[in-house]
Design a protein around this ligand. Structure first.
Ligand SMILES: [Zn+2]
Ligand SMILES: [Zn+2]
Length: 459
């Protein structure tokens, strides 16, 4: 967009204003032209893409195991004319091949835009009863056989990315710049984005000027887009507390230090972190998700392991909670008379961390009218922030690159109306019954994302 001329006499202001209005008018006309062409391409492609989606839905892969999904996505991007690099993000664990990939379309001078789709599925047994439902089982990293389902709709994201790849390749004469389409593994374990960055992602591709992603959701109807300017998703931090004791016979507690009682005490004290130490104006959640210890009822064990998950928006709140967990664990152990060398071992799993996702307000407001134009004003909604987490924000390098993740409604409007009437909620993301309606959800994803890309990369 041209900037307004700064030093003009009154005589020159009117022609300048007219020129600007003409330029704006032609930009709007170009936008409308593009919209018609995007719609035409999507109309042509969508049936095939729904087929692609259903095949992907029936063959989900767990986090860090996205071998087929990433290979198929790479093939689609190559077929659409993108220069593809695979296996980015190798070293999460030494044997891990790394299934991150990028497809680049260099199309003259201008900004670089990154668009991400996450590819992994969840250990959930699908119960939708759909003809393309997953019956797949896989071994998880612990070697346990588990069911697998695309219960978060990442198959919608991958399919939409393929659609966007084709639209942007076919409309190359309408934009200028560099488009990077990225397939991210291991979002559900929130370490895939970090692994790609640590593996030199931004040395392998032009550093983006903006990054976009979409996520489907069960709370808004298919055909709509939801926007959350500013903080949208919370930080997620994983902590382990290894509570150590001095083992012994269950009948002789005086000769041991019981880590089970100590662990129980620590868990109860941890409940005061959010309620007593964090301002009520700051969002925070601290959950002790697992507790494991002991082998037999008459043995006082040597240790008990607690696995914690912490959520917050502000980094100082996150930091405070981490320190509080360490302080409370240590103090409780000292209070129980635990010797120095048997104090709890508190650790933060640094690789499994997602920063809070903060949607760049300027980028959000720049794209809002674009979404309203292509979907209709009533189909663009504000969605409040939630305490779930995503590692997409990592691609923004802590605020250096503006990022936006927008929500794409995935449920038929009639289904949502019926849920409102009966009070029985529609199955949400991660539910075994989560079932986005493929065609309108994928169509909306492609149309909205392509329009956003054409805006960011406009000539
Ligand atoms: Zn998820
Ligand atoms: Zn997800």
């Amino acid at each position: 967009m041209t900037s307004f001329p700064r030093r003009n006499g009154p005589g020159r202001l009117l022609p300048a204003l007219i020129a600007m209005l003409v330029a704006m008018g032609s930009a709007i006309a170009a936008g409308a032209d593009n919209d018609a062409d995007v719609a035409r391409i999507v109309d042509h492609d969508v049936a095939g893409l729904v087929g692609y989606y259903k095949a992907l839905h029936a063959a989900p892969e767990l986090s860090r195991q996205e071998a087929q999904t990433s290979a198929q996505l790479a093939a689609e991007l190559r077929a659409a004319g993108y220069e593809v690099t695979e296996h980015i993000g190798k070293y999460v664990v030494p044997t891990y091949k790394g299934y991150g990939l990028v497809g680049i379309l260099r199309n003259g001078p201008g900004p670089t835009l990154l668009i991400r789709a996450d590819m992994d599925a969840l250990p959930v047994a699908e119960k939708t009863g759909l003809p393309y439902a997953s019956t797949k089982r896989s071994k998880n990293e612990a070697g346990v056989d588990v069911p697998v389902m695309h219960a978060c709709g990442h198959d919608i994201h991958v399919t939409s990315l393929v659609g966007v790849a084709r639209v942007m390749a076919k409309l190359k004469d309408r934009w200028s710049g560099t488009l990077v389409l990225l397939g991210q593994p291991a979002e559900e374990t929130i370490d895939g984005a970090g692994a790609m960055l640590r593996d030199g992602l931004y040395d392998r591709i032009p550093k983006p000027d903006a990054a976009l992603a979409l996520h489907d959701m069960s709370l808004t109807p298919a055909g709509t887009v939801g926007l959350t300017p500013g903080y949208a998703l919370a930080t997620s931090t994983q902590m382990d507390v290894l509570v150590r004791g001095v083992g012994g016979h269950g009948s002789q507690p005086q000769d041991s230090k019981d880590p089970i009682v100590l662990a129980a005490n620590i868990i109860m004290q941890l409940q005061t972190v959010v309620s007593r130490e964090i301002s009520p104006f700051d969002q925070a959640v601290l959950t002790v998700g697992t507790i494991h210890g002991g082998t037999k009822r008459n043995i006082i064990p040597e240790e008990v392991k607690l696995e914690l998950n912490l959520r917050a928006y502000k980094d100082e709140v996150r930091q405070h909670m981490i320190e509080a967990v360490a302080r409370i664990s240590r103090a409780a152990a000292l209070g129980a008379g635990m010797p120095e060398d048997r104090l709890p071992i508190v650790s933060v799993l640094e690789n499994e961390y997602a920063p809070a996702l903060r949607n760049d307000p300027a980028l959000t407001e720049r794209l809002r009218p674009v979404f309203e134009r292509v979907l209709g004003a009533g189909n663009v909604r504000d969605v409040p922030p939630i305490m779930a987490s995503e590692d997409f924000g990592r691609f923004g390098l802590e605020g250096k690159i503006p990022v936006l993740m927008f929500w794409v409604g995935g449920i038929a409007a009639e289904t949502l109306a019926e849920a409102k009437r009966t009070g029985i909620p529609v199955p949400s993301n991660h539910s075994p019954l989560f079932a986005p309606v493929p065609e309108p959800t994928i169509r909306t994803g492609i149309v909205a994302m392509s329009a956003a890309a054409l805006e960011v990369l406009h000539k």
